[in-house]
Design a protein around this ligand. Structure first.
Ligand code: OGA
Ligand code: NI
Length: 343
């Protein structure tokens, strides 16, 4: 039997033992209500918010929650729908078709995997299958490693990543404006890497026993997420709150390296994704990351006598490797190692 959850879970009525988390490490509030204070920002040029109000809302979301949503953002809705449908079709393919793409080798530029980053290393498995495209840019150098099934995979996912890249540049510049750092600060090196992960959480007979995407903060610069089914939650003021699935919105998540560059003004939120009993949930997650050699430190203009530097300079790779070490070896510890604070 395939180890992919999407391949066997239709045939089970209860959760297999190796997916049941011990009491105390179960997800708890899996139906936490959505939080209505998380800003939803209309990026339409006309008829939307005025520019200053947009920047204000972006800062409010990034400071208070580490997260905001954008609508009318320029990524065509039809393309978002096509991409979502394509990945649902991918995870619904017969087990034999999916098996061809499965790998535990983390260095592969494309792979299908299950549970955490490596099924075999997880003490308890997560109720999740994922695909990763390590690099979507430049497209021509990478697309050859992507699947050819379902038909149009490369075309659709390629177009999606080009559009999301444009949106990323726009959002990063608005964040520059809000922080008062020069426009273009995140261009080139600090936003060089663009990866796409798709998480698929099949319906689960008892969501209270399992973990979908376990609690973490993202170790990169900025994350853009598309979801259409409830599941994403952030840990806010001591409790889990839901992030409302809004059709055709992107959830914008401030990640650890942006928290550092902003000298802690913006926050990288703890978040996770929970499963549902009756419905599969697929989320498309774009991770924007600096080049691994970049030194990540607070922007000089954000440090002063009254705003002392909170984080030590350290290479981007350190953030990524400490995250991987955490996911690879976690033995019950849910909290990632946060970037090093200054002593
Ligand atoms: C992630 C993540 C949440 C989701 O992949 O880092 O937080 O809803 N995913 O898939
Ligand atoms: Ni995440």
């Amino acid at each position: 039997m395939s180890i992919l959850v999407s391949s066997w879970s239709k045939n089970v009525q209860s959760v297999p033992e190796n997916y049941v988390f011990p009491e105390g490490r179960r997800p708890g509030d899996i139906t936490a209500p959505v939080c209505n204070n998380i800003p939803v920002i209309d990026l339409a040029q006309e008829g939307g918010l005025d520019h200053d109000e947009m920047i204000h809302q972006i800062m409010r979301g990034s400071k208070d929650f580490g997260l905001f949503q954008v609508i009318n953002h320029g990524v065509p809705e039809e393309l978002m729908d096509d991409t979502m449908s394509l990945f649902k079709e991918f995870f619904d393919m017969p087990a034999e078709d999916k098996a061809a793409y499965y790998s535990e080798d983390m260095s592969k530029s494309f792979r299908l995997y299950t549970s955490g980053m490596n099924y075999l290393k997880d003490q308890v498995n997560s109720w999740k299958d994922s695909v990763i495209h390590q690099s979507c840019h430049p497209l021509d150098d990478n697309i050859q490693s992507w699947p050819e099934k379902p038909r149009r995979y490369r075309e659709v996912v390629g177009a999606y990543s080009v559009e999301v890249k444009k949106l990323t540049a726009r959002i990063l510049d608005m964040i520059c404006e809000g922080l008062g750092i020069e426009l273009g600060y995140f261009g080139d090196e600090l936003s060089e890497k663009h990866a796409l992960v798709v998480n698929h959480l099949p319906p689960c007979p008892d969501p209270s026993l399992v973990q979908g995407v376990r609690r973490h903060t993202d170790p990169n610069l900025l994350t853009l997420l598309q979801q259409e089914v409830y599941g994403l939650q952030i840990f806010h003021e001591g409790k889990w709150v839901g992030v409302e699935p809004i059709p055709h919105a992107f959830v914008i998540n401030i990640s650890d390296q942006l928290q550092t560059i902003s000298n802690g003004k913006l926050k990288s939120p703890q978040h996770r994704a929970v499963t549902n009993a009756n419905i599969a949930r697929t989320s498309l997650v774009t991770f924007i990351t600096p080049s691994f050699e970049s030194i990540i430190e607070p922007a000089k203009v954000l440090v002063s006598e009254s705003d002392p530097q909170l984080f030590k300079p350290s290479p981007c790779m350190k953030y990524i490797s400490s995250y991987i070490a955490m996911v690879d070896n976690r033995k019950g510890r849910e909290d990632p190692e946060l970037p090093k604070l200054c002593d």
